[in-house]
Design a protein around this ligand. Structure first.
Ligand code: URA
Length: 200
């Protein structure tokens, strides 16, 4: 089966998922979008209201800011695969440990299918989940944001970069400059990893 077919199968699965209570309040589950063989994957928290209505990730206010951040790094939305730890609308904008446990296997499968070389973890939940999964030590975001970490599993290795969640700068404008700077600094990192050409 191709990567696209495997992702389609996953999409159908989450459409009928009832592993936790969030199916009761969601409209459209959000699997993610982007090339099935993307080298760079972005992982956020979970769908907000706009995402729930449209069934697409990061299409609300945080998504607009994310588009700007991507361009600071010389990336376009269509170059990357964008998803979340949680696939259903989070009415209180946070997930319980049980909900994460129920939903994260979908993200695990997306990572297995897409095999990204770089994962950008947006915000605390994505960092906590992915660092835990790869056996990395979770530290406060102030200390680790924008830094490059290496991960390896039994079959492959790659890199992960923790970033502040774009919505955190909408709530706390003093973080905005730091986020923009982190994404600007991502540009040379992408060149170093061979994920972007110097002047592209
Ligand atoms: N916030 C997220 O974490 N993910 C989305 O898809 C939208 C907003």
């Amino acid at each position: 089966m191709s990567k696209e077919e495997l992702l389609d199968r996953l999409r159908r699965e989450i459409e009928s998922c009832r592993r936790c209570d969030l199916w009761k309040t969601r409209r459209k589950p959000v699997l993610g979008e982007g090339p099935a063989d993307a080298e760079i994957m972005l992982v956020g928290l979970g769908p907000g209201r706009q995402e729930d209505l449209q069934g697409r990730p990061f299409v609300g206010a945080a998504g607009k800011f994310l588009d700007q951040l991507l361009s600071e790094a010389g990336l376009r939305r269509e170059d990357v695969y964008i998803t979340n730890v949680m696939k259903c609308f989070l009415p209180e904008n946070r997930a319980t440990g049980e909900q994460v446990e129920a939903c994260a296997p979908y993200l695990d499968r997306q990572i297995e299918i897409i095999e990204p070389r770089l994962i950008i973890a947006l915000g605390n939940l994505a960092v906590a989940y992915l660092f835990g999964k790869f056996g990395l030590k979770v530290e406060p975001m102030e200390r680790i944001h924008g830094k490059l970490y290496k991960f390896s599993t039994l079959t492959r290795s790659g890199h992960i970069i923790p970033m502040y969640h774009p919505a955190s700068a909408l709530r706390n404008p003093s973080l905005r400059g730091r986020l923009v700077e982190d994404w600007r600094m991502l540009k040379p990192i992408l060149v170093k990893l061979g994920l972007r050409r110097e002047n592209a």
